[in-house]
Ligand binder design. Structure first.
Ligand code: BTN
Length: 216
């Protein structure tokens, strides 16, 4: 059961979860209208103006990371927006990234104490945003948030294998050529543990995370 706490401004909803995880309850959702130091993957900054920006804190059961991009894609379907997932967890509409996910873990000793899932959906009117891509369909922030959380709840009932099966339906990299350290590989598939198998004439590799660049 998700409990939402709303703030008009925070530095970063992920940081708020991280600094307060001990006091916050499991499945707390921290939402900010505006972030002053929003963070993206690989230490990048995440600029947000009219975005939907929130983080979910898990302290008891830690869902599979592949659940979250899937929850967003399914939620967008209810707005008739056809989105795809660029492994591991970028959401693309018509080839442009419209949502990003930053997953972080808090440890107490070697014990995983909390998982923080930060989600940013670009809802601004700027080109490349979800609104523009949805043909200016009015995507109501509140409804989108409710739909994403609803999807998180229902997808959490699926096995990892079932989740992966659904993820594959939206997996835009399958069969595509990607570049890694200047070497071209073909993406085979996403595996049930969420890793990515790539291959070329020299062999196969399993990717556990990171960022993949399309070669063409
Ligand atoms: C990415 O680099 O694609 C991930 C972007 C994640 C941004 C969200 S916005 C809400 C949460 N708080 C943050 O500081 N970052 C995440």
């Amino acid at each position: 059961m998700y409990t939402i706490q709303r703030f008009s401004e925070l530095a970063s909803t992920n940081d708020t979860c991280k600094h307060n995880y001990a006091m916050l309850s499991d499945q707390s959702v921290i939402l900010a209208e505006h972030q002053t130091k929003g963070r993206g993957r690989f230490e990048r900054t995440w600029e947000s103006n009219e975005d939907l920006t929130f983080s979910i804190l898990y302290k008891q059961h830690f869902p599979s990371p592949i659940l979250f991009p899937l929850a967003i894609v399914k939620a967008l379907e209810s707005f008739h927006v056809a989105a795809l997932i660029k492994w591991p967890n970028d959401i693309l509409v018509a080839g442009k990234k419209v949502c990003g996910i930053l997953i972080e873990t808090v440890y107490e000793g070697n014990q995983k104490a909390a998982m923080i899932v930060g989600i940013g959906c670009n809802l601004s009117e700027k080109e490349g945003s979800l609104k523009a891509k949805a043909g200016y369909v009015n995507i109501n922030k509140e409804v989108l948030l409710t739909d994403i959380l609803h999807q998180c709840t229902s997808l959490a009932r699926l096995s990892q294998e079932e989740l992966c099966e659904r993820y594959r339906q939206y997996h835009m990299l399958k069969g595509r050529k990607i570049k890694l350290d200047d070497v071209v590989w073909e993406v085979q598939d996403v595996n049930s543990d969420g890793t990515l198998t790539i291959r070329n004439a020299k062999g196969r590799r399993i990717l556990h995370g990171g960022e993949v660049t399309l070669s063409s």
